[in-house]
Design a protein around this ligand. Structure first.
Ligand SMILES: NC(=O)c1ccc[n+]([C@@H]2O[C@H](COP(=O)([O-])OP(=O)(O)OC[C@H]3O[C@@H](n4cnc5c(N)ncnc54)[C@H](O)[C@@H]3O)[C@@H](O)[C@H]2O)c1
Ligand SMILES: CC(C)[C@H](C(=O)O)[C@@H](O)C(=O)O
Ligand SMILES: [Mg+2]
Length: 357
């Protein structure tokens, strides 16, 4: 089969990690007889530098015409205070909205080999480790609400508003229940219904959707408690469903308890059609271009693409197995390094993954 993929390397470590992930994908193609065609397009800081704005029309057009999108990461201090008001991160939000990618699936799985990289105590992780999926709403909430600014009694003010509509909550809740059905049949919905009205609606709609899933256990947590529960008792979670901002924060937290943010992939999906695949981490300007970044989150995002967008189960398994084998053999980038292991750079990690594929 032939697959057309839009590739956005982005900024900072983006090119470092995407280059390795594409080598892995090429090898999957050779091994299983598929052709992956890449069209590289610009977004984020790289696009601001090249054409003056973070999300060129051409990028949206190419992404829409592709079978899937792979994105590294965008952003960096260089573009943090542009007078135009544009920012690299706006490209990411613009793409999510333009492609209708309302469901962000972020699996946080602890590899047994990385137990030492997990900051939690052994008794909390238990023998079988941690396996959580965060299902984050991605095109609504405070990220996309009305915003504004002005001057009042307290001086200048700025505001962002958080709004959720019934249908928006319903479709993300359905995704979460469907995912839970294929896993351990538990959904935890996270909100702030003790304070926010939009969270009250969120809770009401999630409960209504739950009526169609009597086989799935549902509970609710306030987001502050959820943040705490993730570190004191992460094993209570199977699928966490939550809004855009809470999901952003909780998924970074979930990534760290499994070892490193450099390990966590994500899939952003819509009703149907194309998906966008990216690591959950950012452009890590502190280690960009130094051959230090962990490419595994991006490589695992490619496994998600093979599974969700192309229905290539065996191919996705092969990529995930290669990751497990490389870790088993004791190879570690700096973010997951522990005593007795071999420290490797981004490129070497990529080469080892190819060897084990
Ligand atoms: N999806 C995205 O494109 C995305 C996501 C988050 C942040 N950002 C942007 O990235 C920039 C930096 O943000 P930040 O510093 O808050 O978060 P970050 O995720 O880039 O980095 C946080 C820390 O994690 C480390 N880290 C991240 N990815 C790593 C990897 N693959 N291997 C090893 N270490 C890794 C970094 O070195 C840093 O110490 C900002 O401009 C931010 O807006 C982009
Ligand atoms: C860069 C930023 C816009 C983005 C978000 O907040 O969604 C990032 O943190 C993420 O998690 O993908
Ligand atoms: Mg984030």
């Amino acid at each position: 089969m032939n697959y057309n993929i839009a590739v956005i390397k982005g900024d900072g470590i983006g090119p470092d990690i995407v280059d390795q992930a594409l080598l892995v994908l090429d090898q999957v193609g050779e091994k299983f007889g598929h052709t992956f065609n890449y069209t590289e397009v610009l977004a984020g800081g790289a696009a601001i530098d090249a054409v003056g704005h973070s999300l060129p029309d051409e990028t949206v057009t190419v992404c829409k015409a592709s079978d899937a999108v792979i994105l590294g990461a965008v952003g960096g201090p260089k573009w943090d205070s542009l007078t135009s008001g544009d920012r690299p991160e706006k490209a990411l939000l613009g793409l999510r909205a333009a492609l209708g990618l309302f469901a962000n699936i972020r699996p946080a799985i602890m590899y047994n080999e990385l137990r030492d990289a997990c900051p939690l105590k052994d008794r909390i992780i238990g023998e079988d480790g941690i396996d959580i999926v965060v299902v984050r709403e991605l095109t609504g909430g405070i990220y996309f609400g009305d915003r504004g600014h002005g001057f009042g009694d307290m001086g200048e003010y700025m505001y962002d508003t958080m709004k959720y509509s019934e249908k928006e909550v319903e479709r993300i809740a359905i995704r979460a229940f469907e995912i839970a059905r294929k896993r351990n049949k538990k959904v935890t919905s996270v909100d702030k219904a003790n304070v926010l009205d939009n969270s009250k609606l969120w809770r009401k709609v999630v409960e209504k959707v739950a009526l169609d899933y009597p086989d799935i256990e549902l509970n609710h947590l306030y987001v502050d408690n959820a943040a705490m529960q993730l570190v004191i008792n992460p094993k209570q979670f199977d699928v966490i469903v939550t809004g855009n901002m809470f999901g952003d924060i909780l998924s970074d937290e979930a990534s760290m308890i499994t070892g490193s943010i450099g390990m966590l992939p994500s899939a952003s999906l819509g009703e149907s059609g194309i998906g966008m695949y990216e690591p959950i981490h950012g452009s890590a300007p502190d280690i960009a271009g130094q051959d230090k970044a962990n490419p595994i989150a991006t490589v695992l995002s490619i496994a998600m693409m093979l599974r969700y967008s192309f229905n290539l189960e065996a191919e996705a398994d092969a990529v995930e197995n290669a990751v497990a084998k490389v870790l088993e053999a004791g190879n570690r980038t700096g973010d997951i390094m522990s005593d007795g292991c071999t420290l490797v750079g981004t490129k070497k990690m990529g080469a080892l993954l190819l060897e084990h594929l």
